[in-house]
Design a protein. Structure first.
Length: 362
């Protein structure tokens, strides 16, 4: 009986101790967690499909950022602490439920009641993260990190919860302050990331899984656009091929040329700074992939009627440019100095292919 209790409830441990970081791989629970979050992104993207405009893009970008940041909070915790007991699984299941609530409340305008519900659900998710860090606080080596991260997330979560009861436009200012605290906390306490490092192989693998699932959603968008074609013309077929070519090129660039999923060890402050840049560069990458996927779907659907509207074409082009810029930055932060020159040739090849595909598509 004591052995059964020990297996059901186990205090978190640092993966960097006792060789726990060796051989760390993504679990089935983590893969399921990533799938749910990408599904939430797809749900939020339904509004962008109906309103592929600057206003729709602004709305989608904000909601996308909050979903991604919620995913990032859980990912950073699970890759640093070894905990897969009953309590952790219950907290993970609660986060999955809350991201579903966020997606459901992502249908209205930013000044609507739905956006208030979205902010409240996001706040609840951040409070769950606070509980996770509080559970890990007894670990002496990680006490400073867990205390500061829990405090930062708790303050931001409180602001998000307060914003749900505040009418716009004052609500937006609270969102801005809460976002600054959310983003700034890991940057201000960079030294703790070195003292309590994440798993060098596991964290890039989580980013890679999120990337490939998101690319899969973009391929679904291509197939959705293809399904709207009753009679295939040369323009429709070429648009579909170009859309698939863009998705494949992004995959090639990210996993092969940019070496984005290479191990990331944090031994010095310079390593930590490069990690921050590498990590935050994924936001415009993911956002660009999602926005470009909707643009490709629009292009394939309407190609027989005429080209994309000028505004839609500019949004699509800007999304691809954001993807290219983010991939270039990720490649710069991923390749070790001694091998960076060796990777310039394939890196340049995929950059030229992406630029040509972008130009032909536009």
């Amino acid at each position: 009986m004591p052995h059964a209790k020990q297996r059901l409830v186990q205090p978190p441990r640092l993966r960097s101790e006792d060789g726990l970081e060796e051989g760390r791989r993504v679990t089935w629970m983590e893969l399921f967690f990533d799938l749910i979050f990408v599904a939430a992104v797809a749900q939020v993207g339904t509004h962008l499909r109906d309103d592929y405009s600057p206003a729709g893009l602004l709305r989608f970008s904000l909601l996308f950022f909050l979903i991604w940041w919620a995913w990032l909070g859980h990912t950073n915790f699970s890759t640093r602490f070894d905990t897969d007991d009953l309590i952790q699984r219950a907290l993970t299941a609660l986060q999955i439920f809350l991201v579903a609530v966020m997606a459901i409340n992502a249908t209205g305008a930013l000044d609507s009641r739905d956006s208030a519900g979205f902010a409240a659900a996001y706040s609840a998710m951040r409070f769950v993260l606070v509980a996770q860090y509080w559970r890990a606080r007894p670990i002496r080596k990680a006490r400073a990190l867990t205390s500061r991260f829990a405090t930062g997330a708790g303050i931001a979560a409180s602001l998000w919860l307060i914003s749900a009861a505040v009418p716009s436009p004052a609500r937006y200012w609270i969102w801005l302050l809460a976002s600054i605290i959310d983003i700034g906390t890991p940057i201000v306490f960079t030294q703790h990331l070195i003292d309590v490092p994440h798993d060098a192989a596991h964290l890039p693998e989580r980013y890679g899984l999120f990337s490939i699932i998101l690319l899969g959603e973009s391929m679904v968008a291509v197939m959705t656009g293809m399904s709207h074609q009753e009679y295939w013309s040369t323009a429709a077929a070429s648009s579909a091929l170009l859309g698939m070519g863009l998705v494949f090129t992004i995959w090639w660039w990210y996993f092969d040329s940019a070496q984005a999923v290479a191990e990331r060890h944090l031994r010095t402050r310079q390593d930590a700074v490069r990690f921050h840049v590498w990590s935050y560069a994924h936001l415009p990458l993911y956002l660009g992939i999602a926005v470009a996927g909707v643009g490709v779907e629009h292009a394939i659907t309407t190609v027989t009627q005429g080209p994309l509207h000028a505004t839609e074409a500019w949004i699509f082009g800007a999304a691809i440019v954001a993807v290219m810029g983010a991939l270039t930055l990720i490649a710069t932060m991923s390749s070790p100095d001694r091998t960076r020159r060796l990777s310039l040739v394939p890196h340049g090849v995929v950059m030229v292919i992406a630029a040509v595909l972008l130009q032909v598509t536009l």
